[in-house]
Design a protein around this ligand. Structure first.
Ligand code: PHE
Length: 507
């Protein structure tokens, strides 16, 4: 039955001032009772608009079991036994009787004896005769009335039938309905959305809007849309922290860069093992690009070859061909070196705070903790007179903002920073210090050729995005986070990233 028909029937039934519906179980459409679940859903809708009010009626009713149905149509075993005995003084032998009545014989014979309908034939052994002229099949009559739901029966009889597995008890819900405060028989259609039509026509003024259903356990239809990958969720959160601290995002939208910006500009010698095909992905076509500034290139060449800015350099034969080689950038510091070059070109020096979070590539064998492509987050601060103390202070504030208040440093080596420090954070779960990043002050051999004023220092740090994401979302194999093993359903279900941020000292 359509809900609209049920609704119309209910409203029609209440269409006089004192009308009520005592029990919706009595309602009929085309002569048939209505599924009370459907009635309930209509009543819920009407109640939310205060058109009606209703209360629950819980009731019990009895149904016939298949066995009970058999008796209702064929008669009870005791009557079958009685009917099978011919009237008269001879009666019938028990063995014949058993054959005629079949399965129900044993019970029927007992009940017929109890009712004093039959007795033993006094002159023939093992034979039975009738002791009354006719009998009434009360069991059958009772079961028929239970089937039709018309006659309320004595509880003792019902209990007996239940014991004999002829009937079964069922529970039903129905409803008692009265008119609500806003009762009406012509309900306007409820609008579910505000549409352009509603607005331009002005109909919104009189439209009836469907109420939101905030009942516990009610779930809406999940909106269809895109989902951020967990890495991107964490990136968004880190980005927000940098922006709150007044950092500007560097443009990282070039995965391919020349070795010049990735290595040479960072005072990484050309024979350095990291510049090997075992560690770095080189491009085949195009294989090279030499669009880096010539004057700057000359200064880089000189510092590598013979030094300057207080350094003796590496003392080797620097080759432009090596710097031209195109690669997939191995770190986001390739972007930082380029940004600092542009900063140095500005007429007057201005202090800057830069950050980036993007993808980098290393020619590595992948395992549970290593991928050939991953993400780095990088911070760079350039100002006059910055010291190692500033770097330590900035890192403390930054990590505090990330919700990592306990950090420690260990001296390290990078070709482009001096001093350099590895950053460790205390891991409560593991109960030990774990390495989370790398940092340092860019060395004069890197800053000098850029042409930044001599009193300007640059502090910088970098960390991977994957490890915090794995911790945050409980991944223990990095290959499930990035690549073909990613579980799309997980991506859709993972919550947004909220780090437990503590207020950091302003940078
Ligand atoms: N580029 C370094 C790395 O890839 C991180 C780093 C950035 C170190 C800036 C010092 C300064 O590990």
């Amino acid at each position: 039955v359509e809900a609209a028909k049920i609704q119309a029937l209910i409203l029609h039934s209440l269409d006089s001032p004192d009308a009520t519906i005592a029990d919706t179980a009595a309602l009929r459409i085309d002569g048939a009772a209505i599924d009370q679940l459907q009635v309930l859903s209509v009543l819920n809708g009407l109640t939310s608009r205060e058109v009606v009010a209703f209360t629950f009626i819980e009731s019990e009713y009895w149904v016939l079991t298949p066995e009970g149905q058999g008796i209702a149509s064929n008669g009870s075993p005791e009557v079958m036994v009685f009917d099978a005995i011919p009237p008269g003084p001879d009666g019938i032998s028990i063995s014949k009787l058993q054959k005629i009545v079949g399965d129900s014989y044993k019970f029927g014979q007992g009940a017929a004896f109890k009712n004093k309908w039959i007795k033993k034939n006094p002159s023939t052994p093992n034979a039975l005769i009738r002791s009354v002229d006719n009998v009434v099949d009360v069991t059958r009559a009772n079961l028929l009335s239970i089937r039709d739901g018309s006659v309320p029966l004595d509880q003792a009889i019902l209990a007996d039938y239940k014991k004999r597995k002829l009937v079964d008890k069922r529970k039903s819900s129905s409803y008692s309905v009265t008119r609500g405060a806003k009762f009406t028989t012509n309900l306007a259609k409820e609008e579910t959305d505000i549409t352009q039509d509603l607005i331009t026509s002005g109909d919104w003024k009189s439209a009836v809007f469907k109420k939101y259903n905030f009942a516990p356990g009610v779930t809406g239809v999940a909106p269809r849309g895109g989902y951020l990958h967990p890495l991107m969720k964490v990136r968004e959160e880190f980005r927000q922290i940098f922006l709150e601290l007044g950092f500007t995002e560097m443009p990282t939208n070039k995965f391919v860069d020349s070795s010049f910006w990735n290595f040479d500009a960072l005072f990484q010698p050309q024979q350095h093992p990291a510049r090997d095909a075992h560690d770095t992905f080189f491009l085949k076509d195009p294989a090279t690009d030499d669009k880096f500034p010539r004057d700057y290139m000359e200064r880089v060449k000189k510092v590598h070859t013979s030094g300057g800015y207080g350094s003796i350099g590496y003392g080797y034969d620097w080759k432009k061909e090596e710097a031209e080689k195109l690669i997939l950038r191995t770190h986001t510091t390739a972007v930082s070196s380029n940004m600092l070059y542009h900063l140095a070109q500005e007429k007057e020096f201005r202090p800057v705070k830069y950050f980036s979070i993007d993808r980098v590539f290393r020619n590595e064998t992948t395992d549970a903790t290593h991928l050939a492509e991953f993400h780095q987050l990088e911070g760079v601060v350039a100002d006059r007179g910055l010291t190692l103390g500033d770097l330590i202070g900035v890192l403390h504030s930054f990590f505090q903002k990330l919700g990592i208040p306990k950090i420690k440093f260990k001296p390290a080596y990078n070709p482009y920073t001096e001093p350099s420090m590895e950053i460790f954070s205390w891991h409560d779960g593991l109960g030990k210090w774990v390495e989370i990043g790398n940092s340092g002050m860019f060395r004069p051999e890197m800053l000098g050729p850029l042409g930044l004023p001599e009193d300007v220092s640059v502090i910088a740090w970098g960390l991977g995005l994957e490890r915090p994401t794995m911790i945050k979302y409980g991944y223990d194999d990095i290959r499930e986070l990035l690549g073909h093993k990613v579980n799309i359903e997980l991506v859709q279900k993972n919550p947004i990233c909220r780090l437990d941020k503590k207020m950091g000292r302003e940078l």
